[in-house]
Design a protein around this ligand. Structure first.
Ligand SMILES: NC(=O)c1ccc[n+]([C@@H]2O[C@H](COP(=O)([O-])OP(=O)(O)OC[C@H]3O[C@@H](n4cnc5c(N)ncnc54)[C@H](OP(=O)(O)O)[C@@H]3O)[C@@H](O)[C@H]2O)c1
Length: 299
């Protein structure tokens, strides 16, 4: 009898999903990956199924195929995703809906299709691949950021609901990883000249950072650690940017955090800002030093 853990990973044809599928297969899991258009001649170390997460029918067909072939489903990893870049004003609502159909409702569909079986089994693990942008709003990536925030809130609620059935829920939030995400990204159809400079800057920054991003194998290793853990954490940031956001956001004044985002993404020039705030910062430090001296004389 095949006693390998059965894992279904959505969007395993490239990038992060492919890296997770490859690693888990090598580690002895029975892995099913998916693609909207599985190439008949492509070679994978795992079984490939057809899935479009924007379709209810496709989602339940995919889960049923896993159950027919493997007899059970232990782990569901919702990884399939897309990005849309452009200003909020420039992106048509239909495009924003399409993004949510993939990044948010796509995961919802898969969870709804998998849960009856996991509940019947009395065990399971659902891992949703979010993003560092599930914790912050990025300009010109508003709908993407919103879809990942929605996914995180959904996952948190799900964690509570399925806990009594011994089903675990985790969110993995990667920073920039090398993948096809930017090549596949939808760009705004309308281009308003008022946003040209900032949009170009952010798009170029994102393209460059994903192209030079970390190896998605680090996300795969984080997923493996979650699967092996007796008490997996709810949220795991992976990669430099995600860890920086997770650590700094809760303890940084919102104005300063926003400034940091603008500096890092090249929307504001930190040297010019530093010159502007230097006199005020210097005066503040001098006052602090005077106060400290006065206190030490009193004591
Ligand atoms: N790369 C990063 O820097 C980064 C950072 C944070 C989070 N993420 C997240 O990581 C996940 C994977 O993205 P990636 O960076 O690895 O990008 P990727 O290389 O473009 O992979 C996206 C995967 O999603 C699948 N997909 C897209 N639309 C789909 C749909 N409607 N139905 C089913 N599958 C669909 C694609 O498969 P087919 O085209 O073969 O169907 C592909 O396998 C996404 O959720 C993304 O938001 C990425």
């Amino acid at each position: 009898m095949d006693d390998r853990q059965v894992v279904l990973i959505t969007g395993a044809s490239s990038g992060i999903g492919r890296a997770i599928a490859d690693l888990l297969s090598r580690q002895g899991y029975r892995v099913f990956g998916t693609s909207r258009r599985p190439a008949p001649d492509a070679r994978f170390d795992f079984e490939m199924l057809e899935l479009d997460v924007t379709s209810d029918e496709s989602a339940s067909r995919c889960v049923n195929a896993v159950l027919e072939r493997a007899g059970r489903l232990d782990v569901l990893i919702n990884n399939a995703g897309m990005s849309v870049s452009g200003a909020i004003e420039e992106i048509e609502l239909d495009t924003a809906r399409e993004l949510f159909e993939t990044n948010f409702f796509g995961a919802v569909r898969m969870v709804k299709a998998a849960l009856p079986h996991m509940r019947a089994q009395g065990r399971g693990h659902i891992i949703n691949i979010s993003s560092a942008l599930g914790q912050m709003g990025m300009p010109f990536e508003a709908y993407y950021s919103a879809s990942k925030h929605a996914l995180e809130a959904f996952s948190e609620a799900l964690w509570h609901e399925v806990r009594p059935f011994n089903i675990r829920v985790s969110v993995v939030g990667p920073g920039f990883m090398r993948s096809n995400l930017r090549q596949a990204a939808r760009r705004a159809a309308i281009r308003l000249p008022a946003y040209d400079a900032a949009r170009r800057q952010i798009e170029a920054e994102f393209d460059r950072r994903v192209e030079n991003g970390a190896d998605p194998a680090i996300v795969a290793r984080a997923v493996l650690r979650l699967l092996r853990s007796d008490a997996p954490p709810f949220r795991t940031p992976v990669g430099l940017e995600a860890v920086v956001v997770a650590v700094t956001r809760p303890v940084t004044p919102p104005g300063l955090f926003a400034k940091g985002v603008r500096w890092v993404m090249g929307l504001d020039d930190w040297r010019r800002d530093a010159l502007r705030i230097a006199p005020a910062a210097g005066a503040g430090l001098a006052l602090l030093a005077l106060f400290a001296r006065w206190r030490s004389r009193q004591g």
